[in-house]
Design a binder for this molecule. Structure first.
Ligand SMILES: Nc1ncnc2c1ncn2[C@@H]1O[C@H](COP(=O)(O)OP(=O)(O)OP(=O)(O)O)[C@@H](O)[C@H]1O
Length: 595
């Protein structure tokens, strides 16, 4: 099932969701028997007040021989002892529920996060990032709130209802039946309310995700928004998503307020029935005053779980909707999977082969139409073409960020789909256009691929790439803070750091999406000599946006509208009059001359 399909497919019911959720988090069931035992003891302990009141009234005060203070004191002492035990078991039960649910949810968070990571680039783009973050944060928080608050109610409610019913029947079976007659229609009402609340809270969860995405986009893209002067349009979209969330939340809250009122009504209704019928029974001599008093206390014990239950319905619905969305993610099959019994890439330099590779993005038209190509080990290959011609798609298939719709990619002769992720990620590195930098120091960012690299080794890497002079210009050298996404550096400098990072990872196949952004001439010079050093001695595929890169490559692959139309050394291709490459090269030279 796909994560974004949840609006179109029939959703699993609340029970199915809870059952699936429990199967996925077996920790929640650990020691459940003992927790239920503690709940039963707590519930039995709560009988102290009704039974004590009945004993004190009927035997201690209104007994045949007159008031018996000794008996009253005995009942009071036993009551206090029982209350102490109940407090202890109640504490233990709550603690167990907290500990178990926190454990389970921490591992659910981890699992969901890892799964999001495993989902291919395709999912990460189509499910918006803010929404994915909400899965791991707010959605799981909702489940946690429910399990810790509502979960206790669920565990104690059933026990309390059973215990209260038994004792009520002992005092007066007629009144016990009356209580149940009022109670049964209420359970139907609750079921009906549950359905309505579930729908309302599903809407709330969706609008929260939408709102988070809108906020995240407008914060991350603040620069672009300002540059294009579309602040008003962005604010409108944000306002609309906030309004939608307010509307959904208000609707859900008014429905839950209604269900809360319904719970109160049950309590009052049952009390009225007991008082009226009980008065008749006492007058007719089939019930004592003490038993009726006890019964009224028992009604509290009986209806309390129902009333509190309707209150927690609110959280329960919220939680089930959240849980369902988390499960949707966890159940989404990653479309690029680590092969079971996969193999490692062969030792030594790696060549690449594409055999009849076709690719279409989900729901889109084919964008690569049968690519056959061989890239020799150790060669430096430039991939060029108009924008949208399929270069990036080619690179993503080459590094298995996606799988071809048909055809095969081989690296070092091994079909890519059979190579373990560990071997693939260790030997093949892709440097995207905007190589992402993390908030932290320069050293931290370079160490990303190799955590145990020493400072001395990092200095050597900078020197080997001819970047030691640049490093010296930084205020704190390797300890320079780069800021969020490397914001303290210029675009060109960020690319330099990405290159160093790729260099220390020492892959056998390097796939690099050359940055398009213009950089100052000094940095440009540093970049091109660092690039030369990085590519030396390994197979390199560069998506070249500057044709100067193509000029210095062993071979050039020319893409046009999803087809590989030319392949060969720069000089040869440029000489083919009227060819796509000759055209590209001609216009690039004109552009650089006019610059
Ligand atoms: N995530 C996506 N979903 C759907 N279609 C996509 C996606 N990414 C790219 N495409 C489409 O696939 C085609 C090839 O895109 P691709 O990014 O591979 O081209 P490119 O040559 O790398 O372009 P550029 O130089 O602008 O990066 C284009 O028509 C593009 O619209």
């Amino acid at each position: 099932m796909s994560a974004q399909d949840d609006t179109t497919q029939t959703q699993p019911g609340p029970w199915q969701t809870v059952k699936r959720g429990l199967r996925l988090s077996p920790e929640l069931r650990r020691g459940l028997g003992f927790t239920i035992f503690l709940a039963a003891v707590t519930s039995i302990g709560r009988l102290v007040v009704p039974v004590g009141a009945q004993q004190v009234l009927d035997k201690g005060l209104l007994g045949e021989g007159g008031p018996d203070i000794g008996y009253v004191v005995l009942v009071a002492a036993l009551g206090v002892a029982a209350l102490l035990v109940t407090t202890g078991t109640n504490y233990l039960m709550n603690r167990r529920l907290f500990v178990v649910s926190e454990h389970a949810l921490a591992s659910l968070r981890r699992r969901t996060f890892r799964h999001i990571h495993d989902l291919s680039m395709l999912h990460q783009q189509s499910e918006r990032r803010g929404a994915l973050t909400a899965r791991v944060t707010t959605d799981i928080d909702q489940v946690s709130t429910f399990l810790q608050q509502g979960g206790m109610v669920l565990v104690t409610a059933a026990a309390q209802i059973v215990v209260a019913t038994v004792v009520m029947a002992v005092y007066s079976w007629q009144l016990a039946i009356a209580v149940w007659i009022v109670f049964i229609p209420v359970t139907w009402l609750i079921k009906w309310l549950q359905g309505h609340l579930a729908a309302a809270y599903t809407d709330v969860r969706k609008s929260v995700s939408k709102m988070l995405s809108a906020v995240a986009e407008s914060v991350v893209g603040a620069g672009t928004v300002r540059a294009y002067g579309v602040g008003a349009r962005t604010s409108e979209r944000l306002d609309a998503s906030i309004d939608e969330h307010r509307r959904d939340q208000t609707r859900a809250i008014s429905r839950s307020a209604f269900s809360f009122g319904a719970g109160e009504l049950v309590y009052l209704g049952v009390n009225v029935v007991v008082v009226v019928l009980g008065a008749f029974l006492v007058a007719g001599g089939s019930m004592t005053v003490g038993e009726l008093t006890a019964f009224l206390f028992l009604v509290i014990l009986f209806t309390q779980p129902v009333v509190i239950g309707t209150e927690t319905l609110n959280e329960a619905q919220n939680a089930v909707s959240g849980w369902r969305r988390v499960l949707d993610i966890v159940d989404t099959e990653p479309d690029v999977a680590d092969p079971v019994d996969g193999v490692a890439l062969p030792e030594g330099p790696l060549g690449v082969r594409f055999e009849g590779v076709r690719f279409a993005y989900p729901g889109g038209e084919e964008v690569l139409h049968g690519i056959d190509v061989e890239i020799r080990a150790h060669s430096k290959v430039a991939v060029v073409g108009e924008t949208g011609s399929g270069k990036t798609t080619f690179a993503k298939l080459l590094t298995r960020l996606m799988d071809p719709t048909s055809g095969k990619v081989r690296i070092g002769g091994t079909p890519l789909a059979e190579v373990t992720f560990a071997s693939l990620r260790g030997r093949v590195t892709m440097v995207p256009q905007e190589g992402f930098l993390f908030n932290g120091t320069l050293a931290h960012n370079v160490r990303f691929a190799k955590p145990d690299l020493t400072d001395a080794e990092i200095y050597v890497a900078f020197a080997e790439l001819g970047l030691d002079d640049w490093l010296e210009t930084l205020p704190a050298g390797l300890e320079t803070e780069l800021g969020e996404s490397g914001a303290n550096l210029s675009v060109g400098e960020r690319q330099l750091v990405s290159l160093v990072r790729a260099y220390v990872a020492d892959p056998d196949l390097l796939v690099l999406d050359e940055a398009t952004s213009a950089v100052d001439p000094a940095t440009e010079l540093r970049l091109s000599s660092a690039l030369d050093a990085v590519t030396r001695g390994r197979t390199t595929v560069i998506i070249a946006h500057r044709l100067s890169t193509a000029e210095t490559s062993d071979e050039v692959l020319v893409f046009d509208a999803g087809n590989l139309v030319q392949q060969g050394p720069h000089a040869e291709l440029a000489a083919e009059a009227g060819s796509v490459y000759a055209g590209l090269h001609g216009s690039w030279r004109e552009q650089t001359r006019s610059n």
